[in-house]
Design a protein around this ligand. Structure first.
Ligand code: WTA
Length: 673
C-alpha cells in the first residue's frame, strides 16, 4: 500500500471524476488510509463506533470481539458482540419508519413484463412483514426454526426473509433456478419446517413452473423421512397479462396454503423477537468441492454492521440514490445488497424479476431511465451478453441518472470493463469491481467510488477491517508484488461463522489449508501498487456465468446416467459465460455414445442441478488421466480444453499417451464450442 502514491502513474488508471469525488464519504487516499488503518489497528473500537448507528436492546455481555484462528489452540470460532440483543428487521425497517421515513419507497419491483410493476414504502413494508410474521407464527414457526424460500425476485420474497428475521427464524433462500432435486437436498440438509414458494414465473418467454418443482421436491423430502407440513404459495402470476400461457399449477389441499388468503386475515402488528447478535440469521447454500453443498451460516449482529458499511462505502450510497442490483435473491448478492445492507442504509432499490434481453436487449437501460437509477450493480456475464448486441440498445436510453456502476461474481476482463465504462457509463461512472463470496458476507476487496484510481480488471484494495495477503503453495506470505492463494489474516464482522451442522468442514475448508488464515479458494496477484487482481478459483470449483458449481457435484450427477463409468468436469474459458463446462466421460462396457446419450447426459445435469450447471460439451473418452493414487488430473483436462500446449509436470501420470489421445479426441469439438 505504501507504494500506491509513488507507482500509480506507471499504470493506466481511471481516477474518480470531480462530481463523484465531491459528494463522496471517502475522497482521498489519506481519508482511505485513515479509515482503513483505524479498522485494522483497533477493530473493536472501529466496529463499536459503527454499531452505535443501530438499535441494540442490550449491550454485549462480554467482549465485543472474541475469536480463535489458531487450530493448535482449539476450534476456530468468531463472535462479534455476543450477548448483545437486537433484531435486524427492526433496524432495517421499524427504525426508519419511527425516524419519519415511512413514506419513502423501499422497493420498486418490475416483473418479466415491463407492465408488471409494484412499489412499496417503508411503512407498507413494515405492515407486510408483520402480517407475514404472524402467518409464520400461526403455522408454528418460532425462533431457531428453519424456513425454506424458493421464490422469484419479488417484494414478497423479501417480506418473507424479513419476517423470518423478525421472529428469529432462520431463512434459507434457494435460488429459483435450482431443480427439484437440488431444492429437496437443501431443504433436507437445513431441516426446513416450512417452504414458501410461488406458482411460477417467466424468464423471457420461458415459463418456470416453481410450484410444480416445489411439489416434486416436497415428495422427495417425504420419501427421505423429512416431511414438511406446510407450503405457502405466492400468486406471482397474477400480474401476467396472458394467463393462457400458464400450465395448471399442482395443488395439495392438505399442505398448500395460498399466500394471499393467509395474509388477508393476519394482523399487521408483530413485536420483533430480540435475539442474540450471534444467533443465526440465515443459511445460504453454496457449492462445496466434495459435491455436498455447504450451508454457510451468517449471524445477525456482525453481518448487519458489515453489510450496511459495505453498502454505504462501496457504492458511496446516499439516501437520495436509487440502487439497482440485478442479482437474484437466492445468492449472497441479493441478500446483502438487495435486502440487508441496502435497507440498513434506508435505500430505495429497484428489484427485477426478468432477464436483460427481454423484451429486448435494452431492458436494463430502460429500467435505469424509468426509475432514475443512480447505482447499477450487475455481473460480467450479463454485460458480456449485452455487449454483443448493437450499442444502440444502450444509447437509445439516456442513462443520465447513472453515477456508479458495479460488478460482481467473477473477474471482469478489461474489454468488458471498458465497454461498461465507455458505452454504458459514458466515461462518467466509476466501475466498482467488488470481490467477495457467500462466506464473506459483503465485499472484502473493492474500490471506493470517490477515491480509488481504477485499473480495469482489478478489484483494487481491501475494504475496512480486511487484511488480505497472498501465500504460496506452502503457506508462506508473499511480500509485495506476486501471485498466489488469496487469504485473509483476521476476522471481520460479516464473515460466516460455520457450515451448518459441519463445523469440522468449516475449519478444514477455510482455515486448515494456510496457517489458520481464512482461505478464499481464489488465486490473486498483487501488483506494485498493492492492487489485488483476482485470477480465479484454485480449488475444484467452476464459475459459469457467476454461478459457482463444484466439479464433484457435476461429476456425481453425470455418474447417475446408466452408461457412465467415470466422469470428470472442468471449465474452459467462454466469451459470454466467463467459463463453460466441459465433461469427460468413460462409458461402461457395451455402451456406444450417440446423440441420444449426449442429450440425456446434459439433461440429467439440468434436471438434477439446474440449467445453469448443464454441460456445454461432453466428450466420451477411453480413459481419464490419472495419477498413481487414482486421482484424476483435472489440471491436465483443463489445459486440453483450453487448447494449451504446455502441460507442466506430468511425471505422476500413469499413462503418458493419454494426453495425445485426449487432445485428438477433443480437438474438433473444442473448435466448435
Ligand atoms: C468469484 C459471490 C473476481 C470468486 C459474491 C469467488 C469474483 C466466488 C468476484 C464467490 C470479483 C466474486 N472478481 N472473482 N469481483 N466476485 N468472484 O459465493 O471466485 O457466489 O470466490 O459469491 O466468485 O462466489 P459466491
Amino acid at each position: 500500500m505504501k507504494s500506491l502514491k509513488t507507482n500509480l502513474d506507471l499504470n493506466p488508471v481511471y481516477p474518480p471524476s470531480d462530481t463523484i469525488q465531491k459528494r463522496a464519504y471517502i475522497s482521498s487516499l489519506d481519508e482511505y488510509l485513515k479509515m482503513y488503518n483505524a479498522s485494522i489497528e483497533d477493530p473493536v473500537q472501529f466496529w463499536e463506533n459503527i454499531s452505535a448507528q443501530f438499535f441494540w436492546k442490550s449491550k454485549p455481555a462480554g467482549r465485543f470481539l472474541s475469536y480463535n484462528f489458531d487450530l493448535q489452540k482449539g476450534p476456530i470460532f468468531v463472535k462479534w458482540m455476543e450477548g448483545a440483543s437486537t433484531n435486524i428487521c427492526y433496524n432495517l425497517v421499524d427504525k426508519h419508519v419511527q425516524d419519519g421515513y415511512g413514506n419513502k419507497v423501499a422497493y420498486y419491483w418490475e416483473g418479466n413484463e415491463p407492465s408488471e410493476q409494484k412499489q412499496i414504502t417503508y411503512q407498507a413494508l413494515l405492515q407486510a412483514i408483520c402480517k407475514c410474521a404472524n402467518v409464520l407464527k400461526s403455522l408454528g414457526i418460532t425462533k431457531g426454526d428453519r424456513v425454506a424460500i424458493y421464490m422469484p425476485t419479488t417484494i414478497e420474497a423479501i417480506v418473507v426473509m424479513l419476517s423470518c428475521a423478525r421472529i428469529g427464524a432462520i431463512h434459507t433462500v434457494i435460488f429459483a433456478g435450482f431443480s427439484a432435486d437440488a431444492l429437496a437436498e437443501r431443504m433436507i440438509a437445513a431441516k426446513a419446517k416450512l417452504l414458501i414458494t410461488a406458482d411460477g414465473t417467466f424468464r423471457g418467454t420461458k415459463f418456470i413452473p416453481l410450484k410444480s418443482i416445489a411439489t416434486q421436491a416436497l415428495i422427495q423430502c417425504k420419501a427421505a423421512d423429512h416431511p414438511l407440513h406446510h407450503c405457502i404459495v405466492f400468486n406471482r402470476l397474477q400480474t401476467i397479462k396472458q394467463p393462457s400461457n400458464i400450465p395448471d399449477i399442482p395443488w395439495d389441499d392438505s399442505m398448500d396454503h395460498s399466500w394471499e388468503a393467509l395474509i388477508a386475515s393476519a394482523s399487521d402488528v408483530c413485536e420483533p423477537e430480540w435475539v442474540d447478535a450471534e444467533d443465526p440469521l440465515f443459511i445460504l447454500y453454496t457449492s462445496g468441492s466434495t459435491g455436498k453443498p455447504k450451508g454457510v451460516v451468517h449471524t445477525g449482529g456482525g453481518y448487519l454492521l458489515y453489510a450496511a458499511t459495505a453498502f454505504k462505502y462501496a457504492f458511496d450510497y446516499h439516501p437520495e440514490d436509487i440502487f439497482f442490483c440485478s442479482g437474484d435473491l437466492g445468492w449472497i448478492t441479493g441478500h446483502t445488497f438487495n435486502v440487508y445492507g441496502a435497507l440498513a442504509c434506508r435505500s430505495t432499490s429497484v428489484i427485477f424479476d426478468g432477464i436483460p434481453t427481454y423484451p429486448d436487449g435494452g431492458r436494463f437501460w430502460d429500467l435505469i431511465d424509468r426509475y432514475k437509477v443512480t447505482t447499477f450493480y450487475t455481473a460480467p456475464t450479463a454485460i458480456r451478453t449485452l455487449m454483443k448486441l448493437e450499442s444502440s440498445y444502450v444509447t437509445k436510453h439516456n442513462r443520465t441518472s447513472l453515477r456508479i456502476l458495479g460488478s460482481v461474481g467473477e473477474p471482469i476482463d478489461p474489454s468488458t470493463w471498458t465497454w461498461l465504462y465507455e458505452v454504458v457509463g459514458a466515461k462518467r461512472c466509476p466501475i466498482i469491481d467488488t470481490f467477495w463470496q457467500t462466506e464473506t458476507g459483503a465485499p472484502i476487496i473493492c474500490p471506493l467510488p470517490g477515491f480509488t484510481p481504477l485499473k480495469p480488471g482489478s478489484a483494487t484494495l481491501p475494504f475496512w477491517g480486511i487484511v488480505p495477503t497472498i501465500v504460496d503453495d506452502h503457506g508462506v506470505d508473499i511480500i509485495g508484488e506476486g501471485k498466489g492463494h488469496l487469504v485473509i489474516k483476521n476476522p471481520w464482522p460479516g464473515m460466516a461463522r460455520t457450515i451448518d451442522g459441519h463445523h469440522q468442514r468449516f475449519q478444514s475448508t477455510y482455515f486448515e489449508p494456510y496457517n489458520g488464515y481464512y482461505y478464499t479458494g481464489d488465486s490473486a496477484k498483487r501488483d506494485a501498487d498493492g492492487y489485488f487482481w483476482i485470477t480465479g478459483r484454485t480449488d475444484d470449483m467452476l464459475n459459469r456465468s457467476g454461478h459457482l458449481i463444484s466439479t464433484a457435484e457435476i461429476e456425481s450427477t453425470l455418474m447417475q446416467h446408466p452408461s457412465v463409468a467415470e466422469a470428470a468436469a472442468v471449465s474452459a474459458s467462454h466469451a459470454i459465460k466467463g467459463e463453460s463446462i466441459h465433461c469427460f466421460i468413460v462409458l461402461k462396457n457395451g455402451w456406444l455414445y450417440n446423440q441420444m446419450i449426449d442429450s440425456e447426459i446434459k439433461s440429467i445435469v439440468r434436471n438434477k442441478l439446474g440449467a445453469f450447471a448443464a454441460p456445454d460439451l461432453v466428450y466420451p473418452v477411453p480413459a481419464l488421466p490419472k495419477v498413481g493414487s487414482g486421482k484424476i488430473m483435472r489440471r491436465l483436462l483443463r489445459k486440453i480444453v483450453r487448447q494449451e500446449v504446455h502441460f507442466g509436470d506430468t511425471s505422476t501420470l500413469v499413462d503418458q499417451n493419454i494426453i495425445d489421445w485426449l487432445r485428438i479426441l477433443t480437438l474438433h469439438k473444442v473448435k466448435i464450442s
